[in-house]
Design a protein around this ligand. Structure first.
Ligand code: PMT
Length: 403
């Protein structure tokens, strides 16, 4: 799984840095290309000479040397993964705040690849709220935590805080790359954004959806190899060229585009906030201000989710529920009514969740009522959680088929 993968192994100043030599050897044994970066303090624990001998590449300890500028931007673009092991409390804080005063943080900020961090520190440092806050923040940016392990620490104390063993770190990366392309060959349909239901040539009924949640899902699925069709309501976002984006305005247009692309997809994720009602009559001229009151007659739009739920065969159908009260109960009803395999609940009662934010806080509820709660994260990181949930269902289905 790691054959040919380009890995930036970034080492910080911790006694656990000696394990990075083993880690480097294991990665190379798995067929990876390893480029070592070190903070200055890491060089007090293990020498660049040891690591350059093992990695067969020069080791970078600074953004520039007397002879050259070590291009952290190029390094960040070169890598398939950046692995920061060990990550000290200081580096955690610098990564979380973007405090770019060494080559590891500079490269991290430039990297477009997945980033893994394996903390190492004493047990009290590990549980300190400041450290935990930084870990949460880093995870919310979509970075991957390789959990600390329990055992004897350099201080002689016993507890959580040891850097994961090199073998476990390698397993973590192998698992990541094994699942990374797991959607290759699959077509995925996603709806996202609001719908605008016109009243007259200048006005509409709409909502605050930005499309961010659905676009994050689309980008993450495309990066795992899926061919993604995104039916996107009016949104300022510009999805990447990797995604086949169909722009629509109304619930009816979204309904038609979704049905057109549903049949040959393996997964459909309905993240759009679709209007439930639309004006029965659309005035062909701007409605003039006349009386004190104006009554609008509304009619139901078509329920895209429910209609797809009726015709689905092998497809996984994933819905969203944006609720303000009785959240779980309401979401469960929607699973049944719309025949979802699972529903992603976000509540407007949670700060930072729902419309327009860059973050979301979700609960996944399955058909069998199994519930998983997640913490507040970036919408990119939330998308990864949702996709992992889909991949897990598909893996179970495949296992059953093989048996
Ligand atoms: O776009 P963002 O700003 O990032 O915000 C993301 C989000 C809050 C819009 C998203 O996370 C979300 O919750 N989307 C669903 C919001 C919603 O309107 O839910 P609902 O409870 O009305 O609908 C339930 C499900 O049925 C949804 O999957 C919805 O897409 C679908 N539906 C609803 C009505 C309809 N006519 N057709 C549908 O397909």
């Amino acid at each position: 799984m790691l054959k040919g993968k380009k890995i930036l192994l970034s080492i910080c100043g911790s006694i656990a840095a000696y394990k990075s030599a083993f880690l480097c050897r294991l990665l190379i044994k798995e067929g990876a290309e390893v480029q070592i970066l070190m903070t200055k303090s890491a060089t007090s624990f293990i020498t660049p000479l040891t690591l350059s001998t093992l990695s067969k590449r020069p080791v970078y300890t600074d953004v520039s040397s007397e002879e050259s500028w070590n291009n952290h931007v190029d390094l960040g673009l070169w890598a398939d993964a950046m692995l920061i092991a060990p990550t000290t409390a200081t580096t955690l804080s610098k990564l979380a705040t973007g405090n770019c005063d060494n080559i590891v943080v500079a490269t991290y900020l430039s990297a477009r690849c997945p980033v893994f961090f394996a903390p190492a520190m004493d047990l009290d440092m590990w549980v300190h709220p400041a450290t935990q806050h930084n870990v949460t923040r880093l995870k919310s940016y979509g970075n991957h935590l390789i959990p600390v392990e329990h055992g004897e620490l350099a201080s002689g104390l016993v507890g959580n805080g040891r850097m994961a063993e090199p073998e476990n770190i390698v397993e973590h990366l192998k698992h990541f790359f094994a699942t990374e392309q797991s959607f290759t060959g699959q077509k995925v349909l996603i709806t996202a954004g609001p719908t605008y239901e016109p009243l007259d040539p200048v006005r509409f009924i709409g909502n605050h959806s930005s499309g961010k949640m659905g676009v994050s899902l689309a980008e993450k699925l495309a990066s795992r190899g899926a061919k993604v069709t995104l039916v996107l309501g009016p949104s300022k976002l510009t999805p990447s060229n990797a995604i086949d984006t169909i722009r629509v305005q109304t619930a009816q247009e979204m309904y038609e585009a979704s049905h057109q692309h549903f049949e040959d997809c393996s997964v459909a994720i309905l993240a759009a906030a679709v209007a439930d009602y639309r004006p029965k009559n659309i005035a062909d001229k701007k409605i003039k201000k006349k009386n004190d009151e104006l009554f609008l007659e509304l009619e139901k739009t078509q329920d895209i989710a429910a209609s797809l739920g009726k015709i689905k065969k092998e497809q996984l159908l994933i819905g969203f529920a944006l609720e303000t009260n009785n959240e779980i109960e309401n979401a469960k009803k929607k699973i049944v009514r719309k025949n979802f395999d699972f529903i992603v609940l976000n509540s407007l009662q949670d700060k930072g969740a729902g419309f327009n934010h860059d973050t979301n806080k979700i609960t996944i509820i399955h058909q069998d009522n199994k519930i998983r709660h997640f913490e507040l994260k970036s919408k990119d990181a939330v998308a990864v959680d949702i996709i992992d949930e889909i991949a897990a269902i598909q893996a179970t289905k495949n296992t059953k088929t093989v048996v």
